[in-house]
Structure formats: C-alpha cells, structure tokens
Unconditional design. Structure first.
Length: 434
C-alpha cells in the first residue's frame, strides 16, 4: 500500500495521559493539563506534522481537538471501532502507533464535528433533555406518594403534572382536604366529562409520611422546571446569534402544535427560518419547530457535508446493513447511533400512528410484514432522505395523502401482474364493471 499522508501523527487520549506517535520518532506522552496540551501542539509543529488522527474517547478529545485546530493542524476525529487492534497490539503506546499507521495509509474515516455555535446549542439542548428526564422521575414520585395515601388521581387524569393536577396537589400541600373543594380546581372539560370520578379519587387516607414525600417530589419537580427555563433562555440566545445578520423571513403559514416539552422561546420558528434561509422543515410530516431545533443542534446547517442522502442515512444509523459471507447472512447488532437518528425515529413513530399521511401508510405496510422496529427504521429513513433533499436540493414536499399512495401501490401491482403474464406468454383482458 502507498502512504498518502507523509507528515501525519496518531494520538491515543486517556484521562491522565496523552500518547503521541510521530513516524520515525519514539512515542511521547503528555499530561492532560492545558499547558501540557499546548506543549503537545508545539511538539507536533516542531516535527512538521500537518495531519493528526485521534479517537473520539468520551469528552477527553474536545479540548485537545480545539487546541490543535486553533494551531492550524488538520485534525481527524475517528471512530474507535474503525481502529480495532490486531492481536497482541493493545497498549497505549501501540494504540497511537497503530492510529498513525492507519491514518498515513488513508484507512480512517473522519467523524462529523459541528461548528462552535452548533456545539453550544447542542450542549444546552442535551442539558435540557437531561432535566426533563430528571423531572419525569419526580412525577413518578408524586404518583407514588398519592397512591400511598390512596388518592387515585393518576387513574383519572391523563397527567397529574398538568394544570389541573398540579393545582390539586399544591392545594393538598397547603392543607385542603375536602374533595368537593379540590375537584373545582379542575379544567371545565374534566368537570364536564368525569367530575364524579375525580371526586371519588380525591377521597384519600392522608398520612404524614405521604404528605412529606409529595412535598419533596413537588419541590424537586419545580426545581427542574426552573432549570429547563434557564436552558430555554440560553438556547434562545444562541438562536439569535445564529440568525443575526441574515435577512428577515415573512412566515405566513401556521405552525404545527408542539404537544410535549415545548420550549419557552419567543419566535423560535422565525429564528429557525432565518438560519435556514427560508427553507421550512416543518413542511415535512412529523417535523415540528421543536424537533427541527433538536436536529439543528445535532446536525447543524451544512447538509452538504454528506455527499448523498445515502451517506446521510448511513451516518444516522438508518440505512440497511450488509453483513454477508458467502450464502450466510451474519447477525449485526448496531452499537449506538447518533442522537439525530433517534429524533427521526421518534418522528417516524408518530407518523405510523397517523391516519391521513402517506408515510404513515407506508410505515403500517412495513409493520404488517416485518414488525414495528423495522417499520420505524424504514419510515425514519424516508423522512431523513426528505430532510436532506429539502436543504441540499431545495425540493419542496407536498403531502398527497393516503389515497394517492394506495393508488400508486395498486398501479405497481398491475405492472407486476402484466410483467409476470408476459414472461409466461399469457394475455390479460380487462373487464370493466359498470
């Protein structure tokens, strides 16, 4: 094999030590303190290194990547699975030498690394999701505390952390015990449909331990709601930075409703449209302003980093895998996928349950043949292809409905029958029924 990178280096990153391999020199180690990482960059420049490869190890790579890139080096962040060792080559010293050797022959693929503002947005968005998960844990604690006092509110209300549920819980903590008073705090729609059920569920057996547990759970839930609001402010500030200097976009179309965990961000749709120069991802089925903002945090704005839609769906972990050896199909178990792929899967799950969208009919057809997991993945892949084409080719999506989709399937079946009849030397006559 021919070397294509003469001045290259390989780096193995750990929590305490960083090992650097330069061809023709002994492996050198550096501590992970900032001043030592700066010395590492000097060492590479002194040896005329132009390109560096290192594994994406946890979050240890982030600072070193920024330092090396700021010094003008071409830094390749690579997946650790693509640098698997041959037997007998597993030490930190040999790891960095192996990475350098693979990199010099051009055998490593580069990982996607977003720009600075996108990484900042991603940090706030992922932190927001962590707070949502933590808050949901304390919702379970509220439900448990109510059940211990035989207040069956969760069996009657769809969400005890909704407006009506929280009003009742806060009133209980203030000392109110009368079910007739508590039930009046519910929304009119609840009172109209299930007033008597709510009234019966509020006739509980109060005790001190249950009330204390309920109080603690509510305080923790409120604490995380405040943290979520702080994240929303930070996200809004980043969106304003990303959209500043771009022409205003007049948006006359109504926006899709965001049912769960809606960010408290003013004019979020306006900022997103400015960032993407007027191209609206919410025209695609299953995409709202919220998961569009999530995709922005994970993918960024430059979709041309993926050459084709096949490259994009493969990176998302949504493309079919090929693992064949002769006539045998090997089992393949995916080891995680990018967060963006999970967002497309979540959108696909809601689409399969839809009754008026063609992609939903496609997903249900696959689900009947191959099961739900394959159907979700296939629908998510279709949606990701539409997303890529929207921002790369500028193609507009038009929802034609389930009826058009079924007509297309019927036409394909007719073509298949005609083809099979032709192969068998048969003729097909059409009888029209009036």
């Amino acid at each position: 094999m021919k070397k294509i990178r003469a001045h290259s280096s390989g780096i193995d990153i750990g929590s305490r030590k960083v090992f650097v391999a330069v061809e023709g020199l002994e492996v050198k180690s550096f501590d992970t303190f900032t001043e030592d990482l700066e010395l590492l960059a000097d060492y590479l420049l002194d040896n005329h290194i132009a390109s560096v490869a290192m594994e994406a190890t946890g979050v240890y790579w982030v600072i070193l990547y920024d330092i090396l890139e700021s010094r003008g080096l071409d830094v390749w962040l690579v997946d650790g699975r693509s640098t698997k060792q041959v037997p007998g080559r597993k030490t930190d010293v040999k790891d960095c030498q192996w990475i350098q050797q693979l990199h010099s022959y051009g055998l490593l693929s580069r990982c996607f690394v977003a720009d600075e503002l996108v990484q900042e947005l991603r940090g706030y968005q992922r932190m927001r999701e962590d707070h949502i998960r933590s808050a949901s844990m304390h919702i379970n604690h509220m439900q448990k505390a109510l059940t211990l006092m035989n207040i069956r509110l969760k069996e009657v209300l769809s969400q005890i952390h909704g407006a009506s549920g929280l009003k009742i819980i806060r009133s209980i903590l203030k000392g109110e015990r009368d079910p007739k008073v508590l039930v009046e705090m519910c929304h009119l729609s609840i009172l109209k449909n299930k007033r008597e059920l709510v009234l019966k569920s509020l006739n509980g057996h109060y005790n001190e331990a249950g009330l204390f547990a309920l109080k603690q759970a509510v305080e923790c839930y409120d604490f995380y709601q405040d943290l979520i609001l702080e994240c929303d402010r930070k996200i809004e500030a980043v969106l304003i930075k990303m959209s500043s200097g771009k022409p205003n976009i007049t948006n006359k179309s109504s926006r899709k409703p965001i049912r769960h965990h809606k960010p408290n961000i003013k004019n979020m749709d306006h900022h997103l449209l400015k960032i993407f120069d007027g191209k609206d991802a919410t025209k695609l089925p299953g995409i709202t302003d919220y998961n569009w903002m999530q995709l922005l945090a994970e993918i960024g704005t430059d979709m041309q980093k993926w050459k084709t839609e096949k490259h994009f769906t493969s990176w998302l972990g949504l493309a079919p895998k090929q693992n064949h050896s002769g006539k045998k199909r090997k089992n393949y178990k995916a080891k995680g996928s990018p967060k963006a792929g999970i967002i497309f899967r979540q959108a696909a799950t809601s689409l399969i349950n839809s009754k008026n969208i063609a992609l939903g009919a496609f997903g249900r057809k696959i689900r009947a043949k191959r099961g739900p997991s394959v159907a979700i993945k296939a629908t998510a892949r279709k949606l990701a292809v539409l997303y890529w084409k929207l921002f790369v080719n500028g193609l507009e999506y038009v929802e034609k409905g389930i009826q058009t989709y079924h007509e297309k399937i019927k036409l394909n079946k007719q073509r298949n029958v005609i083809r099979m009849a032709k192969e068998l030397g048969m003729l097909i006559s059409y009888n029209t029924v009036s």
